[in-house]
Design a protein around this ligand. Sequence first.
Ligand SMILES: Cc1cc2nc3c(=O)[nH]c(=O)nc-3n(C[C@H](O)[C@H](O)[C@H](O)COP(=O)(O)O)c2cc1C
Length: 141
Amino acid sequence: MDNNQLFEPYDLGGIVLANRIVMAPMTRSRSANPDTVATDLTTRYYQQRATAGLIITEGTFVSPQAIGVINVPGIYTPLQIDSWKKVTDAVHREGGKIVAQLWHTGAYSHPDLHGGKKPLAPSSVNPNQQVFTPEGFKPTE
Ligand SMILES: Cc1cc2nc3c(=O)[nH]c(=O)nc-3n(C[C@H](O)[C@H](O)[C@H](O)COP(=O)(O)O)c2cc1C
């Protein structure tokens, strides 16, 4: 592929991208609000990047049990879904395409994020990682 092709449209399984540049998902942790909704800042952030052919959003939690980082916008309540619609509308207005990265952190979480209960995970193996909690980084259990 030469450089010219990078700026050519691409048909990604029916989603026609304006070019072949894809923005990687990056957690921003900017939803420090009680409902962990995407904010006006979230909308502006993605709108500013809408000239990429495709944006993959930051990982967004699919349920309360999926949470493993503070201040990440979820996508499981009506309020959260509406907040993401503002983001996707803004990106579409700029001619961009956007898909959500769905996220469940499994054991890579901490009881402090689940009212003291152990995180729900496919196995009981401790991944030995650091978790971003309201009180700073804490080790997984
Ligand atoms: C601040 C930051 C946040 C990230 N958040 C996510 C994420 O939410 N989901 C994900 O799959 N990868 C995440 N990543 C990984 C990036 O998507 C990854 O760096 C990229 O795909 C690989 O490109 P690179 O090798 O040029 O860094 C994150 C990376 C950074 C630096």
